[in-house]
Design a protein around this ligand. Structure first.
Ligand SMILES: Nc1ncnc2c1ncn2[C@@H]1O[C@H](COP(=O)(O)OP(=O)(O)OP(=O)(O)O)[C@@H](O)[C@H]1O
Ligand SMILES: Cc1ncsc1CCO
Ligand SMILES: [Mg+2]
Length: 262
């Protein structure tokens, strides 16, 4: 993909308000990731206001990590508004293969037409109806194992599917790309996948879907590489990672992105 940096520049230019209905673990990490990157996050999940707030935002992310029934109703209501208004929204199906409740909720949210779905390999396999229980929120499968499921899920749902792991895979059902940026420390820090889902939402605001998702993944992975070069473990990695998201500009992203069509 030519010039992924333009999508970072466009996102920073608009500093989109990103509405996130996310999990308790991710809230702080994700809000900091979005702020460091140049977006404007708001974590809003009450049933009484989620739909109204979705109507104000430029993008929405929905993450089922610590869901319970009132949150599920807020998620569905917000997703309906976003889809009706043409606001991009991204689903993060955390541990969707683990329980019947998550499987049913995942299927219900997919029916509400997310613009993109971002998950690890086990989650994308499970959401596509294939095996892939995962180990709670962590993947037990490689990204390559989930590529076929990702293509099928893209065609079935109409969403761009991003499967993340050592090398990320993105497809809209027709086109596909691999993003090799990233660092092995990233899965040792909680909620980075969740935070990436919010960032994907931010990049999608007003931008073409496939390109925006690929650029968001490359930017996130490149920040991971930069942080990994100086960190001595997962603790210092988190701090260096926020600094790297802040420091990387459009030129650095275009120079450092490792994207190949697949
Ligand atoms: N082994 C690895 N090497 C390099 N980068 C990785 C590796 N594993 C994950 N990543 C990167 O980490 C980021 C988060 O992806 P990951 O697949 O770990 O999400 P996740 O499992 O949903 O995380 P969480 O549920 O903890 O939020 C992505 O940018 C991905 O490319
Ligand atoms: C650890 C964990 N448990 C539920 S959500 C979450 C954050 C990573 O997905
Ligand atoms: Mg996750």
């Amino acid at each position: 993909m030519e010039d992924p940096g333009q999508y970072l520049a466009a996102m920073r230019q608009t500093a989109p308000l990103v509405h996130n209905i996310t999990n308790y673990v991710a809230m702080n990490v994700m809000a900091n990731v979005l702020l460091a990157s140049g977006a404007s996050p708001a974590m809003v999940h009450a049933r009484e206001e989620a739909a109204e707030f979705a109507g104000l935002a430029q993008a929405l992310s929905i993450n089922i990590g610590t869901v319970s029934p009132p949150w599920a109703e807020a998620m569905a209501a917000a997703a309906k508004v976003a889809s009706a208004q043409g606001t991009p929204w991204v689903l993060d199906p955390v541990a969707v293969g683990a329980t019947d409740y998550r499987r049913a909720l995942g299927a219900r949210l997919v029916e509400l037409r997310p613009t993109a779905i971002r998950g690890n390999a086990s989650e994308i396999l499970a959401l596509a109806g294939e095996a892939g229980a995962g180990k709670g929120a962590d993947s037990t499968e490689s990204v390559e194992t989930a590529e076929g499921a990702a293509r099928a899920l893209a065609r079935m749902s109409g969403a761009v599917i991003a499967v993340t792991g050592a090398v990320d895979f993105v497809t809209d059902g027709e086109r596909a790309a691999r993003v090799a940026n990233g660092h092995a420390m990233m899965p040792r820090v909680t909620a980075l996948g969740c935070s990436l889902t919010g960032l994907v939402a931010a990049f999608l605001a007003g931008q073409p879907r496939f390109e925006a998702v690929v650029a968001a993944l490359a930017y996130f992975g490149l920040a991971g590489e930069s942080a990994g070069a100086s960190a001595s473990g997962p603790g210092s990695f988190q701090v260096a990672f926020l600094d790297a998201l802040y420091a990387i500009d459009a030129e650095a992203l275009s120079a450092g992105a490792r994207i190949e069509s697949a």
